[in-house]
Design a protein around this ligand. Structure first.
Ligand code: SF4
Length: 235
């Protein structure tokens, strides 16, 4: 009889374990579906700060950094964003609720935010009368509605044509001298209204900034962009 009782108790444990496993798998599948639809997004961090780069330099904005990027720039300063799995899937409603407490301008960055469907997030932000900006490599289909589209093309994965067509700003990172040629190639592809910026890659700023200054003086269609938030020591 003791044997029988042990068997039954063991079987009950196994059934409970299988039920839990099934439930966990179901929940994971539901979350993945929600992420695919943009109802949830892998949120890496969010913070209220000053936009440090490009056209809106010096203006207050709330940044939402979405995890996930497979562009693979070797000089990337947010490599911890690359794996989406490291960042908790977060309901867009919650992201919007947090963002709306702080600023009128919201900057969506990454990672590569266009890895994900941005339609719902931007709809919900705009429904709260917020201005919505994006910083993107443009490597994936454009989703979402943007008040400001900052295109920062990367050699590893060139932008989609739509990104060139709608960009308000083209920001090319200068890591070495060859990047000036890349910048001109990208400027030739972007729409004629886009404002053109050259920005030194942070680790190369001593070497590249003087070259950018000379380049902009000789080619005044370009402007200089610096990572001023890093000089200010703010996020
Ligand atoms: S696209 Fe941006 S986040 Fe992705 S690797 Fe390049 S710099 Fe990093």
């Amino acid at each position: 009889m003791v044997f029988l009782f042990n068997d039954i108790s063991k079987q009950a444990e196994q059934i409970e374990y299988l039920c839990r496993l099934f439930l966990i798998k179901m929940i994971a599948k539901e979350i993945q579906l929600a992420v695919n639809k943009g109802e949830m997004l892998p949120l890496m961090e969010e913070f209220y700060t000053i936009q440090g780069e490009g056209f809106h330099t010096g203006t207050a904005a709330y940044f939402i950094r979405i995890g996930g990027c497979d562009v693979g720039c070797h000089w990337c300063d947010v490599k911890e964003s690359w794996s989406a799995d490291l960042h908790p899937p977060t309901a867009t409603d919650l992201i919007v609720e947090n963002a709306s407490k702080y600023a009128d301008t919201i900057v969506i960055t990454g990672g590569e935010p266009l890895t994900w469907d941005m339609t719902l997030l931007t709809q919900k932000l705009k429904a709260k009368n917020l201005r919505v900006h994006i910083e993107t490599s443009g490597a994936y289909d454009v989703t979402g509605t943007w008040d400001w589209f900052c295109l920062s093309p990367k050699k590893n994965k060139l932008p989609m044509q739509t990104a060139y067509n709608i960009a308000h700003e083209l920001k090319v990172i200068i890591y070495n001298k060859h990047d000036f040629q890349f910048a001109e190639e990208q400027a030739a592809k972007v729409n004629p209204n886009a404002i053109l910026f050259l920005q030194p890659e942070w680790s190369k700023k001593e070497e590249m900034t003087p070259l950018i200054v000379d380049y902009v003086m000789n080619n005044p269609k370009w402007r200089v962009s610096l990572q001023t938030h890093k000089y200010l020591n703010i996020p």
